[in-house]
Design a protein around this ligand. Structure first.
Ligand code: AVJ
Length: 327
């Protein structure tokens, strides 16, 4: 067996171990069972998320694409040059392309997608490789670890532009979002910038249908997390015994996805060495997606060591692209 394939096996084993630890930690919480939303994105989950983005009820991705189509040039024209681009969570590259093409008019550019899924990185490299004067070097790392690596490699005089699109910041619940932004700021230097996509508060029925679509794609996306635990950790979740639920939490201004147990039941997860008892109607909380107000974003920028240079708003859906500069 070659050295590299042994290495790959070791990495895979430790990823499975980490997954098992986080699953057992979340499902043994005494009050509200939970699972980390980052595990929604295995190859099946990522494909389902792509379909979600095409649903008429889920306006978020199209709103951000409209904003970047209209303003990509204006955005990059405000940046100090030369600039190195790092992106946290890479998506399919459709939105990133708009920014990279605008940048490529000015300079040849290093682009560093940071993404824990190797499959997503591979898709992205394929999608973006035709753009002239863009060099892609991806990092298969957690966001902040990857960003530290990019920052450590920058040459003197180069500025960083960090892309954090799609309102992924909204998935950090409570103080975790602003903690994350503060830590991110610590890695940057004054004058570096962050382009942050944020989904805005909107009427609750609009939010509910965006996260509980009539075709059931979001339900499948959510349930796939249990299917993934069955596949990767040998668990025996009976998927028809759990129902997708989307609720708006007024207190945290977040839309939450849950999986509700239809009966009293027990599930065994061999690779995590646990059995879990579910009461009828008990839920597993799988994701929070925070919705922002304009004032909240201004204070969030200030509290994390940035100032908001400019904000572009899509009024028809309610989505903002925020250009923040590190103080
Ligand atoms: C990929 C984090 C932006 O929170 O709206 C879509 C994920 N969850 N439908 C979001 C998601 C349910 C999505 N983000």
């Amino acid at each position: 067996m070659s050295k590299t394939s042994t290495q790959a096996q070791i990495t895979r084993a430790s990823l499975v171990r980490q997954f098992a630890l986080e699953v057992s930690g979340g499902l043994t919480k005494p009050w509200q069972k939970e699972l980390p939303s980052k595990y929604l994105y295995d190859p099946v989950g990522s494909a389902l998320f792509e379909v979600i983005c095409a649903l008429p009820e889920y306006g978020l991705t199209r709103a951000e694409e409209r904003l970047l189509q209209l303003h990509a040039r204006e955005i990059v024209d405000q940046l100090p040059r030369p600039v190195v681009v790092a992106e946290l969570g890479s998506g399919t590259g459709r939105k990133t392309r708009l920014l990279l093409e605008a940048l490529a008019r000015w300079q040849s550019t290093w682009y560093h997608p940071i993404e824990i899924s190797p499959a997503a990185l591979a898709v992205l490299r394929r999608e973006l490789r035709d753009i002239n004067s863009i060099s892609i070097v991806g990092f298969e790392r957690e966001y902040l670890d990857g960003l530290r690596e990019v920052a450590a490699r920058r040459a003197p005089g180069e500025h960083l532009l960090v892309l954090f699109l799609g309102s992924t910041i909204g998935n950090f619940d409570g103080a975790a979002g602003s903690d994350f932004l503060r830590q991110l700021r610590q890695i940057l230097q004054p004058g570096d910038s962050l382009l942050l996509g944020t989904d805005m508060l909107k009427p609750v029925p609009t939010l509910i249908s965006a996260y509980d679509d009539p075709v059931g794609v979001t339900a499948a996306f959510n349930l796939n997390l249990l299917a993934r635990i069955n596949r990767e950790l040998g668990a025996d979740f009976k998927l028809p015994q759990f129902k997708h639920l989307a609720v708006f939490n007024e207190e945290t201004r977040s839309i939450e996805m849950h999986l509700r147990s239809c009966s009293r039941q027990k599930v065994t997860i061999p690779e995590a060495s646990i059995s879990i008892q579910f009461e009828k109607n008990e839920t597993i909380w799988t994701e929070s997606s925070h919705k922002y107000s304009p004032e909240e974003l201004i204070s969030l920028a200030r509290h994390s060591g940035f100032h908001c240079q400019e904000q572009w708003m899509d009024q028809s859906w309610g989505f903002a692209e925020n250009l923040w500069i590190a103080e």
